[in-house]
Design a protein around this ligand. Structure first.
Ligand code: NAP
Length: 308
């Protein structure tokens, strides 16, 4: 094989990408980490993480990212802000087209995570950033003593609704079924919180407002078909995530939801290319699982290079 620019390129610098960087640096690989915006990924906007071992009181997402980034830098790994536009895996030496150049590498770990999904209802796009949000840590302070809607029944919707109650007067948590998907401890906290009113069996049909911002959300009861409006000043949408895989196109096998198919060694359909963290088809999306995936991916990348 011709000399490659890098042994390993890691795409993404959330907990998965940063962990892969630590393991790769310690394996003495010539590694580059690429990040489109800023290190951290989704946990950067996670208020409090209390299920990552080692932090008995919990830790804010931003602090955890800072610590992980410091650890990566201590091992001398470069984190470059740049976007991967396309991938060429047709030869053993993989090529990545970035904003400003094309680079070559022996192995790749894709750790680009996922982004909040949208509902696709009228008003959602128009009011995005003007009353519609997917980030409580960013926007909750704008709704001090106001009434907001939160849509979804998973861990994100429930955890972030609880966080919102530190600021707002009331949260209508709108869920399409009569049972939450979120983990039990979060459900218990939501049920015990006087500021959260759960609107069961309902889906939003539009977000309504004026030049002054969001004024109400229209909902429909899926069992009775009854339509109604809730007066709210803001609307948070947490209905799941989509993988950040737009640049992959058909370079790799993905599942029907677009998550990268990878086995227990994090190997994808292309030898020498690994996927780790939320972007992978995994049964559990946590910081702990992202970190575990990446340790394996970096270990396997080093083995692959050894055997070239
Ligand atoms: P999720 O677990 O996929 O939950 C999405 C929620 O939105 C579900 O309750 C779903 O309803 C609802 N939903 C989906 N599409 C909808 C639609 N079109 N209209 C109305 N409701 C809709 O997503 P998530 O909560 O963002 O979590 C993503 C991953 O991150 C999960 O693996 C989660 O465990 C993890 N996470 C963990 C933590 C933590 O450990 N503290 C915190 C945040 C996220 P149904 O229930 O009816 O499907």
């Amino acid at each position: 094989m011709k000399a490659a620019d890098y042994d390993l390129v890691i795409i993404g610098s959330g907990p998965a990408g940063l962990t892969a960087a630590i393991y790769a640096a310690r394996a003495r690989l010539n590694v580059l980490v690429l990040e489109k915006v800023a290190p951290g990924g989704q946990i950067l906007v996670t208020d409090w993480i209390e299920n990552f071992p080692g932090f008995p009181e919990g830790i804010s997402g931003a602090d955890l990212v800072m610590k992980m980034t410091e650890q990566v830098r201590r091992f001398g790994v470069e984190i470059e802000t740049n976007e991967v536009l396309s991938l060429d895996f047709s030869e053993d030496m993989k090529k990545l087209t970035l904003n400003d150049r094309t680079i070559s590498t022996k192995t790749v770990i894709i750790a680009t995570g996922a982004s909040p999904r949208k509902l696709g209802i009228p008003g959602e796009e128009d009011f995005f950033g003007k009353g519609v949000s997917a980030c409580a840590t960013c926007d909750a302070p704008f709704y001090r003593d106001k009434v907001v809607a939160a849509v979804g029944g998973g861990d994100t919707a429930v955890q972030e609704s609880i966080y919102l109650t530190r600021f707002v007067k009331k949260v209508y948590l709108i869920h399409r079924r009569n049972e939450l998907r979120a983990t039990r401890i979060l459900q218990e906290r939501a049920f015990a919180n006087d500021k959260i009113e759960i609107v069961w069996d309902s889906v939003p049909t539009s977000v309504n407002g004026s030049i002054f911002g969001v004024e109400s959300i229209s909902i429909k009861n899926v069992k009775t078909d009854e339509a109604s409006d809730l007066s709210v000043d803001g609307c948070f949408i947490w209905v799941g995530i989509s993988p950040n895989t737009g640049f992959i196109k058909d370079a790799l096998e993905v599942d029907k939801s677009g998550f990268i198919v990878a086995n227990a060694k994090m190997e994808t359909s292309v030898p020498g290319v690994y996927a780790a963290g939320d972007v992978r088809n995994t049964p559990l999306r946590q910081v702990a699982t992202a970190v575990g995936d990446s340790a394996i991916a970096a270990f396997e990348a080093a083995n692959y290079i050894e055997n070239l």
